[in-house]
Write a protein that binds this ligand. Structure first.
Ligand code: ACO
Length: 340
């Protein structure tokens, strides 16, 4: 493999020291969904690759799931809450519009009065968080950051809309980021992007200043996620392919050098098209959407945690993480895996 080029002129790099995960206990299978909407296991599996997803209990909030994932990540990193000096939470399903879910998690974890804030970049949020945390760590002012992707998408789904309620699930993943022991370990670089011209193909219309809550907004079911699936599909394929190709070219890495791709877990057909276009075979893509569905900002850290538990990640592996989401937003990150 050619020498890895570091992302910046800094004389150190940042790595994902550990990953933690939390999955709600309750499983919702495609057959369970048949009791709610007119659908079938065959339709859902053939169009999406999803067989089941996890759904949080009513009392289980996004912050609770994020906290549990973070506790596991801290334990695996052999760090205590006092070692963390930055907390970023990526979510589109916060406990409430404000304060930030990061503040609730900070309190639940017993962290010091460190900076804690949310990032709203939908399904790209975890990679946006990784980029922001990396740059803050490289500044030298912070030592260890927690970046959490946590979602309770079940709370914003219209359970009468078969075109969306079959796709999503709940859960959380958390990463501890630290300065790398050696310069060429860890995160090589990221490219982020967004195009607000396509905001309305995937959005939640009500609850903000555009449409404050009212009897009418409730009656019109505007507090639920709305999606133009076909448009999202096309844009997802194009922007994730382009950002991945651009990132590989930027760091002079041939697709054959990538050990694993960890894509946002939205739809197996989207992943198959990206695999073909990038010319990276499907057996190098790490997927868990069959059992988890699309958990939005949590999907990449949960997929990483699953791969780690299954022994699929080895120190030195070259990983390409790719995401797209509402906004539209997209992101790709290249890293050399090196966990504790
Ligand atoms: N069960 C059975 N039939 C269904 C279902 C269902 N659950 N949902 C839709 N159908 C029907 C439709 O009504 C339609 O019927 P018609 O032909 O009689 O009108 C038919 O199936 C085909 O519907 P399409 O919408 O054309 O189906 P498509 O093949 O496009 O698949 C899907 C739909 C799975 C949503 C696909 O478009 C997709 O995956 N899009 C991308 C979604 C995505 O990635 N979203 C996450 C973005 S990330 C984030 O930020 C949250």
């Amino acid at each position: 493999m050619s020498a890895l080029i570091h992302s910046s002129s800094h004389d150190c790099s940042v790595f994902i020291r550990s990953i933690g995960v939390y999955k709600p206990h309750k499983k919702l299978t495609n057959n369970d969904l048949k009791k709610l909407v007119d659908t079938s296991d065959e339709w859902i599996v053939s169009r999406t690759g999803i067989k089941e997803r996890r759904v949080a209990d009513r009392a289980e909030l996004t912050s609770h799931m994020g906290t549990k994932a973070a506790l596991q990540a801290l334990e695996r990193a052999k760090l205590s809450p006092k070692d963390i000096d930055l907390l970023i939470v990526a979510t589109l399903t916060p406990d409430m519009p404000f304060p930030a879910t990061a503040c609730f998690i900070q309190h639940q974890l017993g962290l010091r009065t460190i900076p804690a804030f949310d990032i709203q970049a939908a399904c790209s949020g975890f990679l946006y968080g990784i980029e922001v945390a990396s740059k803050m760590l490289l500044s030298g002012d912070y030592q260890n950051a927690l970046v959490i992707g946590a979602e309770k998408i079940s709370s914003i789904l219209d359970w009468e809309d078969r075109s969306t309620c079959i796709l999503f699930g709940d859960g959380a993943g958390a990463a501890v980021l630290s300065k790398a022991p050696q310069k060429n370990q860890g995160i090589i670089g990221s490219i982020l992007g967004a195009d607000g011209a396509y905001a309305e193909i995937l959005h939640l219309p009500a609850g903000g200043t555009a449409c404050p809550p009212s009897i009418e907004s409730l009656n019109k079911r505007l507090h639920f996620l709305k999606m133009n699936g076909k448009e999202v599909f096309k844009k997802a394929v194009n922007c994730t392919y382009q950002v991945s190709a651009e990132l590989l070219e930027k760091y002079n890495i041939h697709p054959s050098q990538v050990t694993h791709v960890v894509p946002h877990q939205a739809n197996i057909r989207i992943i198959e098209v990206i695999s073909k276009r990038l010319q990276i075979p499907m057996n190098r893509f790490l997927t868990n959407l069959e059992s988890m569905g699309n958990t939005s900002a949590a999907s990449i850290p949960i997929a990483l945690a699953d791969a780690l538990e299954e022994g699929k990640l080895k120190n030195g592996d070259l990983l390409l993480l790719i995401a797209f989401g509402a906004g539209l937003t997209w992101a790709a990150t290249l890293l050399k895996w090196h966990s504790i």
